[in-house]
Design a protein around this ligand. Sequence first.
Ligand code: ISJ
Ligand code: GLN
Length: 731
Amino acid sequence: MTEKRPHILLIDSYCSFAYNLAALCKKAIPSSILHVIRNDTHTIKDLLPLLRQFSAVLIGPGPGSPDITSDIGVVRDLWKVADEHMIPIFGVCLGQQSLAIEHGASLHRLEAVKHGQVSVVRHAGDEIFEGLGEVKVVRYHSLHVKLEEGGAIKELAWTEDEENGKVIMAIKHTFKPFWAVQYHPESVLTDEGGLKMIMNFWKLAQDWNTRSRPLFVSPSQICVPKSHIWPRVHRCCPHHELNVSIDTVTHTSIAVPNINVLRLCEHLGAYDSSRRFVFLDSAASPGQFSILACLGDSSPQVTHYVNEDFIEVTTQNSKQRYELVGTDFWTWLDQYRNSRKVAGGDSEVPFWGGFAGYLTYEAGYEVLNISAPRQKDHRDAHHPDVNLVWIDRSVVVDTTRSRVWVQSLLRDDDKWVQETVHTIVCLSQEPEPSLPPAGEVTIQFPDHMQYVKSIKQCKEYLFSGDSYELCLTGQTHITVPKEAAISTWQRYKLLRTVNPAPHGGYLRLHPTTFLSSSPERFLSYSRSPGTICQLRPIKGTVRKLPHITREVAEEMLTGSRKEIAENLMIVDLIRHDLHNAVGENVTTKKFCDVEEYEHVWQLVSVIEGSLPHGTPAEIDDTLGWEVLRRSLPPGSMTGAPKKRSVELLQSIEGHERGPYSGVFGYWCAGGGGDWSVTIRSCFLHDSKKDGDEDWIVGAGGAITALSDPEAEWDEMNAKLNGVLRGFGASC
Ligand SMILES: C=C(O[C@@H]1C=C(C(=O)O)C=C[C@H]1O)C(=O)O
Ligand SMILES: NC(=O)CC[C@H](N)C(=O)O
């Protein structure tokens, strides 16, 4: 007889850690089938007939307050179901608070909120803590509960901290099968209070089911409307319906000891501002490959604005419009790339040809179900949200080994490849031309008072439990008078001289000109099969000054509770985003390493994920794109929980971010891709073409409850500085 697999219902309250909880549950109960719903998608009437089929319910954490209907949704009704619907429930954080207050406990704000903080939890070693000693756990909460004397809820665990005194950390119902914890068992820094504790819950739940639901048999299938089973096989467009013919990459590689990448760009048209140009530049360590696109008149540029329901494909001389009927831009682009798939490039080279360009911060709104309100004339005021060009011919330089690859996806293109090799060799003999002065500019900084006011607003949301971390940003406008303007290409060359970065970029994809000196990789993914997705969030910044040596920076960053907490929150959020796309296999490879950049020291973590072994290559092939779709905007630019934080920031900042805070990079036609976070960058819109140049630079930082407003203002300026130097200015 095959053993029946238990079905578990996971209710997500829009927390950015729900899939971490799902992964932990799957580890604790390997045979379980997890059905995920949101707390506002079902009424209790919808759920009642379904509950009897489940073995247990997990209630996830979430922003807001357990006494606000729109925050807690259906959860509060679950505690009150009649005996015949009773089912074991385990609640986390907001879940614990709801269980407690629905049974007479009072709700309070913490004196000192705990977001991404590790605490030692004490308990009596029974129930969900059976067999556990003292546990170290991560807390993300602003609120807490005080139990009613003699009430139905009993305390199981507590912690003691300097500022808040004793805080309840776990509870149970005295006779119903309800348990809950205030801390986060699924956080990467929670120890045995995570896995072992969920295993204990499962044992208690099974015992209760045997005792109180003797007739219960787990069904082989349950159909829950508006739910999905986790892990869900990621969306893969019906590639087989397309008539896919796979072309081969023509390529050749040579060693060029003095490769002059900038001269090569110029030879390829970097100065011709009427034409499109793409240069992804590894101008500093740990960057390795630089990519130069050799675009022609017929190279297709694909653009899309999130408030429009079509995509435009433009070449130098034509424009075509594709309606997005019953599909979205992600699927459309996936199919476009799939119909141009290639094979046979050099496996050492990450990019053989394919898409390169950027996606804005707002391009991530759709998946979060947030709208970007825009005016009718939005095209004059906004950069396209998707702005990519398809590259058939390219030169890739390995900057660490002075090796160059010339590649073409076009048929019978040997002649071009050989001519380009010849050109590269000749150009490497030429001297580097000197740079012009930066010219005079006028700068409009974010208003200091307003920025400090916004920080205070953020902190109020952190105290009320609506967010754990908010990445607040401000906009700086740099006006370059028409007569003083140097070419945008020269501007980029200045920027890369004053702020060389591993993820540099010069993209001239009209109407946008985009210059970047970003230190942060968002996501890279290797070719299938066996695709590995890697995310590298940066959180934690110290300005570089003569006395700030590596040792001092390490002490300031890894020795600081605030900086570690900032980074931890984003690591947990990114683990969730990755678990959402790949399922169980997610690993935190590095946690809080200190890395050195031109003007700042940064704390960096590395998280990797992959689909299970043996996943068909065509599913692996779109995995990276799917991870991108499910993970934008980058967590390090939003804060956590993501959806609520983005909504709050939208109203606090009062303007769109555009390309800033989005991603730029490439998706190779042979699989694999690399996307950087668009920070330390500036943009220009063609609508201002005939007048003065109006560059926009975004900069900001994570605001947590421990933030000091003046220190945050200084940090924002430190980040801005890197870009300002490209304009001969500083702050
Ligand atoms: C917001 C910016 O940077 C982000 C915020 C960081 C932080 O808070 O320490 C670090 C890197 C980025 O993820 C920026 O550069 O403008
Ligand atoms: N992590 C959570 O579920 C937080 C619950 C609640 N919003 C608080 O801040 O206390």
